[in-house]
Ligand binder design. Structure first.
Ligand code: SF4
Length: 347
């Protein structure tokens, strides 16, 4: 029988575990407090538990299955953690400080099956889905490394989270339920490449998460150059799903738009994006391309600002993502790809 992970345990799981171990049930509450209030997954540090129980927890549960393998810090204090998993696969999480706030960017898969052509994570395709506890453990690594609980969590790291829906939903439940970590869903952003069936499953959860959808283009033809694979949905279906999300969940959707020089950064594209954003009551997040290959270039600063101005002049709320962590390979998956290449070179 496979072991249950401590980060996924419910109170009743822990209650039956401690009872089976001949311990009083109040021990379950103490363990819950360590895990979900003090963000501690190492039984050796749960000092109010008897030594024997700490040892038994280590043998009966997966306590911390992953470890920080490498840390890269940029001059703006954005920190990227390369996290090694129990099967030696690697993922990334990023700690992004900004204006007294701290945001954690978490991964949901090892590799990614969507294969956006500007993205390092999609280069090798999907290796496997992350388990729920592996998603949650990234939060614990971030807290241990930064010494802070995040103000916001964004699922914008490696992977298309909505294609790993069950495990993502289980992790979200533990992160948001009051008797577990208890973070407000309003401070959690789920980013998707526009995987429409996943957006409808997210609606079924009924929680006010922020949905960020990666449009990257205003017409299907251009979009197919950027996201060439079978997992790309037509823009019209994505926009319908966004409307349904806002109507049912009551939260404005964000359109993510990675700007690629000469591909999607024209004034005409900006006008069309502005009309889409207004028509679907969405905000726009402009992300100048972080160059990971020869294929795509970041637009000139002037073109980026002109594009933003066209959107803003029509009353659209635009966020222009200041590049955080470019020097630490912060575009999703770059640090992992660097690690894979290093491993391959040493073989
Ligand atoms: S941008 Fe996101 S969805 Fe696209 S390949 Fe990269 S990780 Fe996957």
């Amino acid at each position: 029988m496979s072991l249950k992970a401590l980060a996924n345990c419910t109170y009743s799981d822990l209650e039956s575990l401690v009872s089976n171990l001949g311990q009083p049930v109040f021990r379950a509450k103490q363990i819950m407090e360590w895990v979900f209030k003090h963000y501690e997954l190492d039984p050796d540090r749960m000092l109010n538990l008897p030594l024997k129980l700490r040892e038994e927890l280590k043998s009966k549960l997966i306590c911390m299955s992953s470890e920080i393998k490498e840390v890269s810090k940029a001059s703006d204090k954005t920190t990227k953690l390369l996290i090694s998993l129990s099967d030696d696969e690697a993922i990334e999480m990023v700690i992004i400080p900004s204006h007294q706030r701290i945001t954690f960017c978490l991964s949901t898969q090892v590799g990614c099956p969507v294969g956006c052509r500007f993205c390092a994570s999609g280069e090798g395709g999907l290796v496997r889905n992350l388990k729920a506890h592996e998603i949650i453990e990234q939060l614990y690594h971030g807290i241990a490394h930064s010494g802070k609980f995040p103000d916001n969590i964004v699922f914008m790291g490696i992977g298309e989270g909505l294609l790993n829906f069950d495990n993502l939903a289980e992790a979200l439940e533990k992160i948001t339920e009051a008797d577990h970590i208890g973070m407000s869903p309003r401070r959690i952003t789920i980013s998707s490449s526009g995987y429409v069936p996943g957006i409808y499953r997210l609606i079924e959860l009924g929680k006010p998460f922020i949905l960020a959808v990666s449009l990257h283009a205003v017409d299907d033809e251009t979009r197919s150059e950027i996201i060439p694979g079978k997992l790309r949905y037509p823009i019209a279906e994505i926009l319908q799903a966004c409307d349904d999300y806002e109507n049912k969940i009551g939260r404005m959707v964000t359109f993510e738009y990675t700007m690629l020089a000469g591909v999607n950064d024209s004034a005409a594209a900006a006008e069309k994006l502005a009309a889409m954003a207004r028509g679907h009551h969405a905000k726009v997040n402009l992300i100048p391309c972080n160059e990971t290959s020869e294929e795509f270039k970041r637009p000139a600063e002037i073109d980026i600002l002109n594009f933003r101005d066209i959107l803003e002049k029509t009353g659209v709320t635009v966020m222009l993502r200041l590049e955080k962590g470019g020097k630490v390979a912060a575009a999703c998956g770059q640090l992992r790809v660097k690690h894979l290449k290093k491993t391959a070179d040493n073989d």
